[in-house]
Design a protein around this ligand. Structure first.
Ligand SMILES: NC(=O)c1ccc[n+]([C@@H]2O[C@H](COP(=O)([O-])OP(=O)(O)OC[C@H]3O[C@@H](n4cnc5c(N)ncnc54)[C@H](O)[C@@H]3O)[C@@H](O)[C@H]2O)c1
Length: 359
């Protein structure tokens, strides 16, 4: 572990050990602590710090508020053959989604395809993590996700927060290569990215936020200090329309809830995700040339003359690059986030002298 300017730099294994220990101190069983650490550290490795270990203080507050429940599991509420529905029972999303996705993969392996509804799970984090699990098993997957009752995003044409950052994700596995992975919030930027910018005292890009009066702003404080503003959907009406479908397909179809007056959580610490996942076995299609076709397309788009500094990438390549770099050089965490994480470790019950060793 070392300090570089305004950042702490930890290796993935140091961070994994710290996070596992923290959740063991909080009362998690060994498997739960490992699953949470696997997920959070993997999000940091992939470059999505908004969904990495910086979430720990929120989880600790969510436990204190009685929203997130330690050592719970997903419960199968309906088995319709190709379709499985699970109640996440307020469990850690890292546990509930693991159990639901594993069951879906097993069913898709038998039937060629499967759909999984998961509702009432606490924050399931970076959705790409679940898609990568499907891809590792050789499957394609699509994920529609809502964040029940925690409005942050204004509808296209609206001026206040009405629904969550509702991510959409899709993955295409490629033997011997990283999968193609589309994984993003339907808001112009993820909420967690406003948190990271707020901690760093940085501005966010244009056209991502409005203040409490509905005026455009680049100040992330409007998402963290009253009077609250809202995120805007990405891509104007198109992002808003996709967010709406994530709310319905993720929230309503999974057996969960959508966002409206009666389902408002009243606390940003209570992050409840619903996710509908479709898992497909590519081998079940009559498409023996599919990998060659995918590669030919990738070669074709990458041959486009570069318009600026930014190299042409395929979906998932940004995360792969981060993973390579961070596995080698470590994971940077800004001091302000790290201080909050250490305070959360103390609250979780980690002995003070142990916390001090990480300072
Ligand atoms: N659990 C939740 O409630 C929740 C809510 C919102 C977001 N999230 C997660 O937050 C994370 C961050 O979301 P985000 O909206 O900030 O993502 P983002 O804006 O960083 O976009 C990421 C996606 O864009 C692709 N990409 C990046 N650069 C590219 C390029 N040059 N060419 C082609 N593709 C490129 C990436 O491979 C990835 O698929 C995601 O993992 C998402 O699942 C979770």
């Amino acid at each position: 572990m070392n300090s570089a300017g305004s950042e702490r730099i930890l290796s993935a294994s140091e961070l994994q050990q710290f996070v596992e220990r923290l959740w063991r101190c909080a009362g998690s069983e060994e498997r739960e602590a490992r699953l949470i650490a696997d997920h959070l550290v993997s999000a940091n490795l992939s470059g999505h710090d908004s969904h990495g270990v910086g979430m720990i203080p929120t989880y600790i507050r969510s436990i204190a508020g009685g929203y997130l429940k330690i050592n719970q599991h997903a419960r199968l509420t309906k088995d319709a053959g190709a379709v499985l529905t699970f109640d996440g029972q307020q469990a850690f999303g890292q546990v509930a989604a693991r159990e639901a996705i594993d069951a879906g993969i097993e069913r898709a392996a038998k039937l060629g395809l499967a759909a999984v509804g998961l509702h009432n799970a606490h924050h399931i984090g970076r959705i790409g993590f679940w898609a990568e699990a499907c891809a590792r098993a050789g499957f394609i997957s699509f994920h529609f996700v809502n964040v029940t009752g925690d409005p942050m995003v204004a509808p296209f044409g609206g001026s206040d927060r009405r629904f969550g950052t509702n991510p959409f994700c899709a993955v295409f596995p490629r033997p011997g290569q990283a999968p193609l992975l589309l994984d993003f919030a339907t808001s112009a930027i993820a909420f967690g990215k406003t948190r990271v910018a707020w901690h760093k005292g940085a501005k966010v890009p244009d056209n991502a936020l409005i203040d409490s009066e509905g005026r455009g702003t680049r100040d992330p404080a409007v998402m963290h200090e009253p009077p609250y503003g809202a995120l805007l959907p990405f891509g104007q009406h198109k992002g808003y329309a996709l967010a709406a479908m994530c709310e319905i397909l993720g929230g309503a179809l999974s057996g969960g809830r959508t966002t409206y007056t009666e389902t408002l959580q009243g606390s940003h610490d209570a992050i409840f995700n619903c996710m509908t996942t479709i898992i497909l076995d590519p081998q079940a299609f009559d498409a023996p040339q599919m990998q060659d076709e995918a590669q030919a397309f990738i070669d074709w788009v990458k041959a486009s003359p570069q318009s600026g500094e930014q190299a042409i990438q395929v979906p998932g390549e940004w995360e792969e690059g981060n993973r390579r770099r961070r596995e080698q050089h470590g994971i940077p965490i800004d001091h302000s986030s790290w201080r909050e994480i250490l305070a959360a470790a103390l609250e979780a019950g980690m002995p003070a002298d142990e916390v001090e060793r990480y300072r």
